[in-house]
Ligand binder design. Structure first.
Ligand code: ZN
Length: 336
C-alpha cells in the first residue's frame, strides 16, 4: 500500500493533528500521521509542496534504521530520559505523560549554528553538532563544544524538567501571562534545575562534573560580557576573547554566542536572566521548601502552572501575599 509524503522543499509547514503541533521543513524529522485523525497543514507564505507517493513497506523498513542511526549519532535521547526519570523518581515535579513522551529532536543547520553554537530547546530539542557543510576545523570545534559531558548539563535544561516542561504548561495554564514573558522566569527555571540536580548528586562522574561546571562558569560570564557590551565598555571582539580566555570556549562557539547575544533576537538583559533568575528561585526554595512551609513538588508545580512572570511576582503568588495598588519591588533575594 503506498503512503503520501508531503514536505516543503524550502521554508516551513505547520502540521496540527489531534493535540500535537509540529513544524516541518527540509532536513527536519518526519512523523507518520494516522489517516483517521483530522489534520490541518499551514504552509509558510504559500510555499511550494513536494508530494511523493512512496511504498509503505519501504518507509517501515527504513524508519527504524534511520531513527537508530540518529540516536547513535546524536546520543541525546538517553540523556533526555535520564533526567526526566530522575525528577520523577525523586518526586520533585509533576511530569505529565504527554510532556514526557512527545518531543521532537532536530538538527541545527550549519548556518544556524553560527548564531546558536549550543543546543536549543522549547517545544522540542535542537541539536548543534558537526554537519557535512562545515569545514573540518568547524566540525572539530562543534564536536568539542557539544561533547557528551557538556551536553549532559544542557539536555535537561532544554527538555525535562527545563524548557519543554515550561512550554507544556504555558500552553495549558494561565496562557495570558505569555504577554509578560521574562528571561528571569524562562531561563531562571531551567538554570535552577542545573543548581538543584547538582546538589542532588545527579552529576557524579568527574567528566560530567566538569561539563556542569563549564556551564556554571558560562552563566556567570554571560552576565559580565553582555552588560559590558550594552554599557558600551566592551566591543564584541573583547567579549569573544573573554569567553575563550576565561571560560575555555572554542573560538567558533564563543563567536556564535556573542552573535546570538547582540543580533537583536534577545533582549539586553536576556543573558543576565539565567543566573539571576536561578538565584531568585533558589532563595525562594530556601524560604518555602527548606523551611518546610511547602512540599517540593507543590513548589515546582505551582511555579509552572502560575505562568511566566517576574520571580518577585512568583514569590507573591506562592506566599499568597496581598498586593497593595502601589506595590514596588523590594525583595532582596541575594541577602534575604
Ligand atoms: Zn535556556
Amino acid at each position: 500500500m503506498p503512503v503520501i509524503c508531503q514536505t516543503p522543499p524550502e521554508r516551513e509547514a505547520r502540521v496540527r493533528t489531534a493535540a500535537c503541533e509540529v513544524t516541518t521543513g527540509p532536513g527536519y524529522v518526519g512523523s507518520l500521521l494516522s489517516p483517521t485523525v483530522p489534520t490541518r497543514m499551514t504552509w509558510e507564505h504559500d510555499c511550494a509542496q513536494l508530494i511523493l507517493l512512496v511504498e509503505r513497506r519501504l518507509v517501515e523498513q527504513r524508519a527504524p534504521r534511520i531513527r537508530r542511526l540518529a540516536d547513535e549519532l546524536l546520543d541525546a535521547s538517553p540523556l533526555a530520559l535520564e533526567a526526566s526519570r530522575f525528577v520523577q523518581e525523586k518526586n520533585l515535579v509533576t511530569v505529565p505523560p504527554l510532556a514526557a513522551d512527545v518531543w521532537l529532536m532536530r538538527m541545527m543547520s550549519a548556518e544556524a549554528q553560527k548564531t546558536n553554537p549550543f543546543f536549543l530547546g522549547g517545544d522540542d530539542i535542537i541539536v548543534s553538532y558537526p554537519t557535512d557543510t562545515m569545514s573540518e576545523d568547524e566540525k572539530v570545534q562543534a564536536l568539542r563544544a557539544n561533547n557528551r559531558h557538556f551536553s549532559r548539563a544542557t539536555v535537561f535544561h532544554e527538555l525535562i524538567p527545563g524548557h519543554h516542561l515550561q512550554y507544556y504548561w504555558r500552553q495549558r495554564s494561565n496562557r495570558h501571562r505569555i504577554l509578560f514573558e521574562t528571561p528571569f522566569w524562562i531561563e531562571g527555571w531551567s538554570l535552577w534545575w542545573e543548581f538543584h540536580l547538582w546538589d542532588l548528586k545527579f552529576t557524579s562522574t568527574p567528566e560530567d562534573r566538569m561539563g556542569a561546571l563549564f556551564w556554571r562558569a558560562h552563566r556567570c560570564a554571560r552576565i559580565i560580557f553582555s552588560l559590558k557590551f550594552h554599557l558600551g565598555e566592551w566591543t564584541p571582539q573583547q567579549c569573544i576573547d573573554f569567553l575563550v580566555e576565561r571560560v575555555g570556549h572554542e573560538r567558533a562557539s564563543a563567536t556564535g554566542e556573542v552573535r546570538r547575544s547582540f543580533n537583536g533576537a534577545y533582549s539586553p538583559l536576556y543573558q543576565a536572566g539565567y543566573m539571576l533568575g536561578a538565584l531568585q528561585i533558589r532563595a525562594l526554595y530556601t524560604q518555602l521548601v527548606v523551611t518546610g512551609k511547602m512540599p517540593e513538588k507543590d513548589f515546582h508545580d505551582n511555579i509552572l502552572k502560575g505562568g511566566t512572570m517576574p520571580i518577585e511576582m512568583v514569590r507573591v503568588h506562592l506566599t499568597q501575599e496581598k498586593l497593595p495598588r502601589d506595590f514596588k519591588p523590594t525583595w532582596r533575594f541575594a541577602d534575604p
